[in-house]
Ligand binder design. Sequence first.
Ligand code: PMT
Length: 225
Amino acid sequence: ANNGPLAGKQLLITAGPTREAIDPVRYISNHSSGKMGFALAEAARLAGAMVTLVAGPVALQAHSDIKRIDVVSAEQMLKAVMSQVDKADVFISVAAVSDYRLTEVMDQKIKKNSTEMTLTLVRNPDILKSVADLPNRPFVVGFAAETENVEVHARGKLEKKALDMIAANHVGQADNPVFSSDTNALDVYWPADNGHEHIPSATKQSVAHSLLDIIGQQMSARKTT
Ligand code: PMT
């Protein structure tokens, strides 16, 4: 039997990209494969947690004991998260949510009748912040994909969104694409004592286990203080 700190806990995890429709055949999205979020969901299941996984459009399978909700857009992801968050003990926001969507989605396929065209975008809801702002919120873990000044930007997000923890990956380096790759490295930060732990480059499965260990430790530490 599993009696670690996450055993019996409810974990809510988002994974993958979102897709924002332009017209019936086109969309705006990003290169997230969902691998990091699915690895966390599986590692949490193995740690004895009850896992709900809200997934954007990805080509991955989850274990049948994981409750999976498939969504496409950021607005759908927000709705799915909000419908599940009440029972969650931990929320981990791994999804690469599109920050913007089209102000207006075209009903018909856009025709190419000019040399230039302009798309007008509007901000999408911030799912992570929506959860962090709940009065009765779970332990909230954000991810940060940064191309430079990783610690400064990650700690900035930690404070601005009042998160319990943030896991930063350094993206955009040729030797570590992170998006879509099978490996990752994380720098994990939390507010108490300027907490920091580095998870060296390894498979996303291995990195997921390490991150869950840190989450479990910090949740237990908080209970005893
Ligand atoms: O899916 P993979 O191919 O395995 O790649 C993994 C990953 C690189 C996508 C993942 O490790 C990662 O870094 N995910 C977060 C990517 C991201 O969008 O970071 P951000 O800095 O833009 O957003 C910060 C945090 O806010 C994230 O927790 C994000 O889920 C959340 N967010 C952002 C915008 C938004 N509208 N709603 C959100 O909840």
